[in-house]
Design a protein around this ligand. Structure first.
Ligand code: UN1
Length: 490
């Protein structure tokens, strides 16, 4: 059985407490590896080595740091197919989507490397003569990254690449369901020439390893993608040490389908948004708010098309929907189906676990007659369960869209430009798509959400650099005399 070790101070090392956990293929339940579990001492060693590496790495000119990232991007590109296959084996998503996930990592690696020749500050006139004013960006220091299993390579790369180009050193903890993809990413960065200590990798549970990262005094910032409950806990704990925190949490993303929509286009988008990645995206469409005039036709066509989706191994090119990640997610999804039935929503398709293979499968599921108060319309399920709600007007549809505590992605299908602009203006979300589904964000634009989806930060795009840098404001007075701002102004 293959064993995967921790990466601390440039070395692959065994767990300090000699413990491992199993990494399972969610489709077949085969064990794909034994993963070393970090002890408290291991995490301390990881943070210490990141601290030791900080001076040298932050002192390396950013264009030189970029060379390593460019090299890593090329290596990811060369190994794209092999990595995608490994991802499908470890996480379950269908191969085409795994390729997309690796591509997203490649894209952010090139993009972040390019930032090495920007990392822009501002210059602006001073209010006094013979005085120069500007800002420069500084790295934060040692940063802790805690990543989820649903984008096993893309999200770790979204965090790692911008954090590195900004000059930080890192302690990275991948989700316990998908550590191997992150191990591969770290191997590539190490092979690309990252100096020892700059990137340290520790595996294990959130409650132990994640918590030790959050509480380590040398770690000055935390970037986390995962559940709202964990995000709230991190924010509270990190506040005690005044750490900078970026959170990317849940979603209950709506698609509004207006009576003037291109119906087939809307159906394509709903199917892709709701059942792509087996519904396991923060950006998944879990609510469709349909104009009442077209509801009967839309519902009929949606059920007809969803019924045709094939469950199976993500490696099989004929599969549309792969497994869910683990047994507790499977139970959670089944529990929400029961909740929906108890709330008197109408279960019109699916609702059961399935066994095309020994792993964790759940049928694509549709509820109709859902009302905004129901839990299935408000809470994140993170599985292939879609709720259909009806609205009599655009205003009502937007009101329903906004009636949840989350605000990540959103979408409207309409051929009417007024409706489209109203949606852009009024939907409470970090992302709004017009005539496209809720999923598919591109890496050079900001990614994140409002309300309980986050704490106001955005990943990717130029905002990724903001996440991982501090601004220093610099004044250079070359007048040779005391000049007092706000006072010596005439
Ligand atoms: C996530 O589900 O956490 O926009 C990220 C998308 C992907 C990223 C999803 N590019 O769906």
């Amino acid at each position: 059985m293959r064993e995967y070790k921790l990466f601390i101070n440039g070395e692959w090392v065994e767990s300090g407490m000699s413990e491992t956990f199993d990494d399972l293929n969610p489709a077949t339940l085969e064990i794909i590896g034994k993963i070393h579990k970090a002890s408290d001492e291991d995490i301390k060693a990881a943070a210490d080595s990141a601290q030791d590496a900080f001076d040298s790495w932050s002192g390396t000119p950013a264009p030189r740091r970029a060379k390593i990232l460019f090299r890593a991007a090329r290596m990811l590109e060369e190994r794209k197919e092999e990595l995608a296959r490994l991802m499908t084996v470890e996480m379950g998503k269908v191969l085409e989507e795994s390729r997309g996930d690796v591509q997203e990592a490649i894209d952010i690696a090139y993009y972040a490397a390019g930032e090495g020749r920007r990392l822009l500050g501002e210059t602006t006139p001073s209010e006094l003569p013979d005085k120069f004013a500007m800002t420069v960006r500084r790295p934060i220091g040692v940063v802790g990254l805690i990543t989820p299993w649903n984008f096993p390579m893309a999200i770790p790369a979204w965090k790692t690449m911008p954090a590195l180009i900004s000059g930080n050193t890192l302690v990275l903890k991948p989700a316990s369901d998908t550590p191997v993809m992150v191990i591969e990413l770290v191997k590539i960065l190490a092979e690309a020439g990252l100096p020892k200590g700059v990137l340290n990798l520790v595996m294990g549970e959130g409650s132990t390893v994640g918590s030790a990262i959050v509480h380590n005094k040398k770690i000055r910032a935390i970037s986390f993608t995962g559940s709202l409950a964990t995000g709230k806990w991190i924010l509270g704990e990190a506040a005690k040490d005044m750490k900078k925190v970026s959170l990317e949490l849940g979603g209950k993303n709506p698609i509004i389908v207006m009576d003037d929509a291109d119906l087939n286009l809307a159906l394509d988008g709903v199917l892709w948004g709701a059942f792509g990645t087996t519904g396991q995206r923060c950006t998944a469409a879990s609510r469709v708010i349909v104009h009442e005039k077209i509801m009967p036709l839309f519902q009929e066509k949606l059920i007809e098309r969803t019924r045709k989706l094939r469950l199976g191994s993500g490696l099989d090119e004929n599969t549309d929907v792969g497994p869910v990640i683990n047994s507790s997610q499977l139970e959670k999804i089944a529990k929400y189906v029961e909740i929906g039935k108890d709330e008197c929503a109408d279960l019109v398709l699916g609702g059961n676990t399935a066994k095309p293979l020994p792993g964790y499968f759940f049928e694509p599921t549709i509820f109709t007659e859902v009302t905004p108060e129901m839990r299935i319309a408000r809470e994140e399920i993170f599985g292939p369960v879609l709720s259909l709600l009806s609205a009599g007007s655009l205003d009502e549809a937007i009101q329903i869209a906004n009636s949840v505590e989350y605000g990540l992605s959103s979408s409207i299908y309409t051929e009417n430009i007024k409706n489209a602009f109203k949606a852009i203006e009024k939907i409470e979300a970090g992302i709004t798509y017009i005539n496209a589904s809720t999923i598919g964000a591109e890496i050079h634009l900001p990614f994140g959400g409002v309300k309980s989806t986050g704490n106001g930060t955005r990943e990717a795009g130029t905002t990724a650099i903001e996440e991982f840098t501090e601004i220093k404001t610099v004044y250079i007075d070359y007048s040779g005399k005391l000049q007092r701002a706000q006072i010596d102004i005439e």
